[in-house]
Design a protein around this ligand. Structure first.
Ligand code: IPM
Ligand code: MG
Length: 348
């Protein structure tokens, strides 16, 4: 199968390189890789963060392994040329509406969590984040001048019922494959969009009588995530709330350098990326943690390649590397990005 490699900006290339070494070790004979530029680097060399040839490769590929985008030298560009538009464009163009972000604590990392170990240890959840709608894509949006000459910015939060129902189904199905409990997160006490969200999720629940459904306001969910993360099994939520809650969950899991993600559409194709960004402050120094990228590669094998056994092997090797004491800087250690890759390969 063909894997599109889009390493992107900042630490993207270094963490992706380690993920590729791991993929080659477990399934090299069945995978071919083709690389293309994306993000700020693509803007600088080709004038656009998502060049047509890169989008074309992403369309042709069976799966996409993505690093990170984000480049401070692009901060002043018009929005449609900023690096972030590349990942937003890929999600939208490929119809990757369901983003799975598992957050669990490797027991070896209990001390790295921002939470007390006895609380952190209980955490084993998945955030199912809607990825192609909400205030991220709603129109109208923009900046304008008010009648009395002040600047004003505005965005539109919107979801239609079909978008809500299809992500709700992914949430229920994910919960069904786990501990059978789904928490839908919204802000229905204030927002119309969220009230519709809550109504539709409640309707879809009738199709999944085995799953226990709860609703929670996003502010409360943020609080419960640090108070008692072990309570959550599967969370389903909109694009913006999911973006925020998944960063929060990552620190409960020890480091943002640990969390992988899968972005899926209707077919088997998916885009796999660490949830962390390009971290320009540490790029090129070999200090990045490649484990989120490596765990994303495992998700790729599981969801897009029907290679669950190989995915299990990678996840076990990550656990073994941590158990052997290897830690990158984000986890309080001094192992380099490549050194961590070596440790995972050795464990394989
Ligand atoms: C993420 C990132 C992206 C998002 C950015 C880079 C556009 O924060 O994947 O969580 O907001 O979705
Ligand atoms: Mg984010």
């Amino acid at each position: 199968m063909l894997i599109a490699l889009l390493p992107g900006d900042g630490i993207g290339p270094e963490v992706t390189a380690e993920a590729v070494r791991v993929l080659e070790a477990v399934a090299g004979d069945r995978l071919t890789f083709e690389e293309a530029p994306v993000g700020g680097g693509a803007y600088h060399t080709q004038g656009h963060p998502l060049p047509p040839a890169t989008l074309d490769l992403a369309r042709r590929a069976d799966a996409i392994l993505f690093g990170a985008v984000g480049d401070p030298s692009c901060d002043a560009l018009e929005r449609h040329l900023r690096p972030e538009q590349a990942i937003l464009g890929l999600r939208k163009e490929l119809g990757l509406f369901a983003n799975l972000r598992p957050a669990r604590l490797f027991p070896e990392l209990a001390d790295a969590s921002a939470l007390r170990p006895e609380i952190a240890r209980e955490m084993d959840l998945v955030i199912v984040r809607e990825l192609t709608g909400d205030v991220y894509f709603g129109t109208p949006r923009g900046r304008r001048e008010t009648n009395d000459g002040r600047r004003e910015g505005f965005d539109t939060m919107r979801y239609d019922e079909d978008e809500i129902a299809r992500i709700a189904r992914v949430g229920f199905e994910t919960a069904q494959g786990r501990r059978g409990s789904l928490c839908s997160v919204d802000k229905a006490n204030v927002l119309e969009t969220s009230q519709l969200w809550r109504d539709v999720v409640t309707e879809v629940a009738a199709e999944y009588p085995q799953v226990e459904l709860a609703h929670m306001y996003v502010d409360n969910a943020a609080m419960q995530l640090v108070r008692n993360p072990g309570w959550f099994d599967t969370i389903v939520t909109g694009n913006l709330f999911g973006d925020i809650l998944s960063d929060q969950a990552s620190m409960c899991a020890g480091s943002i350098g640990m969390l992988p993600s899968a972005s899926l559409g209707q077919g088997g194709k998916g885009l796999y990326e660490p949830i962390h960004g390009s971290a320009p402050d540490i790029a090129g120094q070999g200090r990045a943690n490649p484990l989120a990228a490596i765990l994303s590669a495992a998700m790729l094998l599981r969801h897009s390649a029907d290679m669950a056994a190989e995915a299990d092997r990678i996840e076990a090797a990550v656990a073994a590397a941590l158990a052997a004491g290897h830690r990158t800087a984000d986890l309080g250690g001094a192992v380099t990005c490549q050194g961590m890759g070596d440790a995972v390969l050795a464990a394989l």
